[in-house]
Design a binder for this molecule. Structure first.
Ligand SMILES: NC(=O)c1ccc[n+]([C@@H]2O[C@H](COP(=O)([O-])OP(=O)(O)OC[C@H]3O[C@@H](n4cnc5c(N)ncnc54)[C@H](OP(=O)(O)O)[C@@H]3O)[C@@H](O)[C@H]2O)c1
Length: 264
């Protein structure tokens, strides 16, 4: 299926590894021109080279920290300057705030809010004028299941993610008539560097002796009884970014192998 985004300008934050990198790859394979960002220069340069080599597409890499407003301004200006606008935004850069109430320091929650809530919001604020000018836009926020089903171990992420779900739904209503579609995805456990960083803490939480045992116990909660792969996430995200997803807005799609059991 042709996704109908050939020539579109996309910005994928946190595109140097994991879900963001695979999403950038999918969008490039569909003929979009793609800007990626990350804080780490080495990983970013390696990703840019690899993505360009594998697809022959146009990739712009901008070193930026999305918890900083000035970096966001520089990033959006660079992408719009190179591509003549921004048609697609994948708000992905971020981490998890794991650990229970008793372990959560204000500074850790603030860092999570700065990156995911304010970072996502500011990026949207800066790309919307470009989308508005063309009467076409796609925004996909990469959130997380703890926003829908509070989990005491994911206390910080849960609070941030619930706010992002509200933001997504509200902005889908605000921007819909202008042809700008705003959706979200909620990953469960996905096999990335982020999972590996959290493996030790999750093992302690689950009473597991090894990372492998923690993985088995965590995966068992999913209907599919396994973790997700970044490319599986990327396929669904790229679809939501596409011309084919023209009547979908305000949804939050669970990409969790059946982890959440509620009806919505
Ligand atoms: N993996 C999971 O199980 C899971 C579950 C639920 C939700 N999610 C969400 O999915 C998104 C992607 O996660 P992932 O698993 O792909 O993580 P990952 O493998 O750690 O990749 C994260 C990417 O974001 C970049 N990044 C992080 N903080 C940034 C910042 N402040 N400014 C700019 N770039 C930043 C990283 O590069 P630098 O470090 O070099 O900046 C990297 O490119 C995150 O928002 C995460 O919360 C993941």
């Amino acid at each position: 299926m042709d996704l109908g985004i050939r020539g579109r300008a996309a910005l994928v934050t946190g595109g140097s590894r994991g879900i963001g990198r695979m999403t950038a790859l999918r969008l490039l394979e569909e003929g979009a021109r793609v800007a990626i960002c990350a804080r780490g220069k080495e990983g970013l340069d390696e990703a840019r080279g690899d993505l360009a080599r594998r697809t022959g597409g146009e990739v712009l890499a901008v070193q930026a920290d999305t918890s900083r407003e000035a970096d966001i301004t520089r990033l959006v200006q660079a992408a719009a300057g190179r591509f003549g606008g921004v048609d697609i935004l994948v708000n992905n850069a971020g981490t998890m705030s794991s650990g229970r109430f008793g372990a959560l320091a204000d500074a850790a929650l603030q860092a999570q809010l700065d990156t995911k809530l304010f970072g996502f919001l500011r990026l949207i604020r800066q790309v919307v004028p470009h989308m508005r000018a063309k009467g076409w836009g796609r925004i996909v926020n990469i959130i997380g299941g703890a926003g829908k089903e509070p989990d005491p171990y994911m206390f910080g992420s849960g609070m941030t993610n619930s706010a992002l779900l509200n933001l997504t739904k509200s902005l889908s209503t605000e921007l819909g008539e202008e042809g700008i579609l705003v959706n979200a995805v909620c990953p469960g456990w996905v096999d990335t560097a982020l999972w590996r960083k959290n493996a030790e803490g999750l093992a302690a939480e689950l009473g597991a002796k090894t990372e492998e045992e923690a993985r088995r116990l965590a995966a068992r909660k999913n209907a599919l009884n396994r973790f997700g792969r970044p490319e599986e996430l990327a396929d669904a995200i790229a679809f939501l970014c596409s011309g084919r997803a023209s009547y979908i807005t305000g949804v939050s799609l669970n990409l969790d192998g059946g982890r959440l059991k509620a009806l919505w």
